[in-house]
Design a protein around this ligand. Structure first.
Ligand code: IPE
Ligand code: IPE
Ligand code: MG
Length: 256
């Protein structure tokens, strides 16, 4: 990853992109198909996908995105063949090792969201080290979703709230949307959800946080994704009128 303090060089730089989303979330899909189309194993696609992660994190940070959440492994992905799951675990450990210093140098705070208890002690150690190293950075917050499921997230937040009620710290009647949100793994609403690989589904990603996000689906497979694709998604976002239940006239200030 290059130094993010150097100016944006692209023609469609931050200034021309219009309103930027505060929180971008990406379902990084299509790695397996990428490998298979080239007559290689699916893991080849995952390895190329790791390079796209690096490119995209750098581009997002340069363009001024404040929160980026990447779906790297879902709570359902354990159902895949063992050699693919094992290969992915190995890849996560390698990428963490090779990228963490550069992420830190570039002021990125890395957080891992999901049920991490199922991962090996070694991977948990690498995760903890990366989070600790980058904890005081503030240029961009990067959430990596590992063994993450939106239903798991809502269940774990509910458990945490129930515990506070049982301990007498919170009254049941005080539980509202803001309380629930504050206990989720990521509390920021998603403004723009990108899915590569062409599928129009959420696959148990940030269910609560995507209540009002704009969806951008591209047929591009994740290993082919890069800065130009991110800019296309941001341009799409900037072209949307976000109405949040209101009328268009209301949003444009032409009616009450
Ligand atoms: C997404 O790519 C990466 C993970 C789920 C880990 P896929 O591996 O799902 O790729 P396709 O959808 O099979 O092509
Ligand atoms: C979603 O992709 C999970 C990740 C990108 C990590 P999947 O490939 O697992 O989604 P489905 O199974 O096609 O819905
Ligand atoms: Mg897939």
């Amino acid at each position: 990853m290059a130094d993010l303090s150097s100016p944006v060089t692209s023609k469609a730089g931050a200034a021309t992109l219009g309103a930027l989303p505060n929180h971008v979330a990406i379902i990084m899909d299509g790695n397996g198909r990428y490998g298979q189309r080239l007559g290689k194993i699916r893991l080849f696609g995952h390895r190329q996908g790791a390079k796209a992660v690096s490119r995209t994190v750098e581009a997002a940070a340069r363009l001024g995105i404040k929160h980026l959440t990447l779906f790297a492994f879902s709570s359902e992905n354990w159902k895949r063949p063992k050699d693919e799951v094992d290969g992915l675990m190995e890849l996560f450990a390698q990428v963490l090792q090779s990228e963490r210093e550069r992420l830190h140098q570039n002021g990125i705070k890395v957080r891992f969201i999901g049920d991490l208890t199922r991962f090996s002690p070694q991977l948990n150690q690498a995760i903890a080290e990366c989070e600790e190293l980058t904890q005081n950075n503030s240029h961009m917050i990067l959430n990596i979703a590992l063994n993450y499921g939106g239903r798991w997230d809502i269940a774990q937040a509910t458990r945490a709230l129930a515990r506070e009620v049982a301990q007498g710290k919170l009254s049941a009647d005080a539980i509202d949307e803001a309380q629930l949100k504050a206990h989720l793994a990521v509390s920021e609403d998603v403004d723009l959800l990108i899915r590569t690989g062409g599928e129009h589904r959420i696959s148990n990603f940030l269910l609560y946080q995507c209540a009002y996000s704009e969806f951008y689906v591209t047929d591009t497979l994740w290993p082919d994704f890069g800065r130009a694709d991110l800019e296309a998604a941001l341009a799409y976002f900037a072209s949307r009128e976000r109405r949040f239940g209101m009328t268009s006239a209301q949003v444009q200030g032409k009616a009450r």
